[in-house]
Design a protein around this ligand. Structure first.
Ligand SMILES: *Cc1c(COP(=O)(O)O)cnc(C)c1O
Length: 399
């Protein structure tokens, strides 16, 4: 296509086209790649123009806590991928969850949350939302009866992550959205593990989708960021909170993430394929007691995963024969996978949840959640899978 400033309509295009092109509006310079607008404020054509933009009569940029063209490109591109009307980019995944809570909860409201959500999400609910008078109940992610039982007349929001970390448990999003809507509550899905490349929660009735862009959207472990998506009406107050409180995404981070979206599907399919191969390999090893990965036929929710996701993602976990010492020996014997709690990176990572990501919760809570001392989590990266198998065999040999 010839150079055309401002052209940005890919609404009739397929998903792979949108992931590469949506959201870009070329400037008069005719740049091919998206520029990074490192500017805190914007100039106006006249005093009257400044007044009109401040009052909102005239659309346009005022200040980068409000809007920034690079951040907007990221927002429009991820909204096109998730099939959402609007996206609100934030400084981290946690800031996306906080912003959603600030916009949609008030004192006296009740939240029902899955027990197996990201640890800091639980800390945000327990330490801060409760402090401001929001009540929280926790239920087993896959137990739809428990969700229904937990609903109250003041339940405003249901919060779930599917698949869960680290045991790859799922919830039927369509069934959960029916429960939420029967009680006039909003269903919020943290779609961090699948990304829109593998799962589209809005198709199953979710109201708000959250991402930690830090994980697969970046995909190379460089930047921290987040995003919330939904209808324009539901996002409206998130925008106001962001402008008022300020946890906005930086233009540089937005640029890294929007470039990440261009390869998201390719990467997610490669992560999924490596993870499935590795999960099957681990399942055959006599010293591995159990492998948790929804792509395995042995996973109790394998069929649901096939209906709800186009592939099974890059994170798996497994129990080794023995206890904590055996798990630590396994981890210390690996030579390729990085020992770090991060996930969703091109580089594979390995971690011992009981003594790191889940060490702040009590032993009883860990037992209830299935985070045993012999459990190991691997975020499968993009290395050659034969090399990854060899690395797992090094771990097994140390058991
Ligand atoms: C990492 C993560 C978060 C928090 O995101 P940050 O970008 O680290 O703030 C939230 N949910 C899930 C599922 C995560 O993995």
């Amino acid at each position: 296509m010839a150079y055309e400033p401002g052209n940005n309509d890919y609404s009739d295009s397929e998903i792979d086209t949108r992931s590469v092109r949506s959201g870009q509006r070329r400037t008069l310079e005719g740049e091919h790649s998206e520029p990074i607008f490192t500017t805190s404020s914007y100039v106006f054509a006249s005093a009257a123009d400044a007044a009109a933009r401040f009052s909102g009569e005239q659309p346009g940029n005022v200040y980068s806590r409000y809007t920034n063209p690079t951040v907007r490109t990221f927002e429009e591109r991820i909204a096109a991928l998730e099939g959402a009307e609007a996206a609100v980019a934030t400084s981290s995944g946690m800031a996306a969850i906080l912003t959603t809570c600030m916009a949609h909860l008030k004192s006296g409201d009740h939240v029902v949350c899955s027990k197996s959500v990201f640890g800091t999400t639980v800390a945000l609910f327990n330490r801060y939302m409760q402090k401001f008078g929001v009540e929280i109940s926790y239920v087993d992610l896959s137990d739809l009866n428990a969700w229904e039982q937990a609903m109250k007349s003041n339940t405003r929001l249901l919060f779930a992550e599917t698949p869960s970390n680290p045991l790859c448990e799922l919830v039927d999003i369509r069934a959960l959205s029916a429960i939420a809507h029967k009680h006039q509550a909003l269903l919020v899905i943290d779609n961090c593990f699948c990304t829109p490349a593998l799962q589209l929660p809005f198709r199953f009735g979710a109201d708000i989708v959250i991402h930690s862009a830090t994980k697969y959207i970046d995909g190379q472990g460089r930047c921290v960021g987040g995003v919330a998506l939904g209808s324009k009406a539901l996002m409206e107050d998130l925008v106001v909170f962001l402008r008022t409180a300020g946890p906005t995404m930086s233009p540089f981070n937005a640029w890294v993430f929007l470039k990440g979206l261009e390869t998201l599907r390719l990467r997610m399919n490669a992560h999924s394929s490596n993870a499935l191969t590795l999960a099957r390999f681990l399942e055959e090893q006599p010293l591995i007691k159990k492998v948790f990965y929804a792509g395995l036929e042995s996973h109790p929710q394998h069929l649901l995963a096939r209906q709800q996701q186009s592939a099974f993602g890059g994170v798996l976990s497994f129990r080794v024969k023995g206890g904590k010492d055996a798990a630590w020996r396994f981890i210390d014997a690996t030579r390729i996978v990085s020992l770090t709690a991060n996930l969703g990176d091109a580089k594979s990572t390995i971690v011992h949840p009981a003594t790191t990501t889940h060490s702040r919760i009590s032993q009883e809570e860990r037992d209830a959640a299935g985070i045993s001392d012999n459990l190991i989590r691997v975020s499968v990266g993009l290395e050659d899978v034969e090399d990854l198998k060899k690395d797992m065999l090094r771990g097994i040999a140390a058991l």
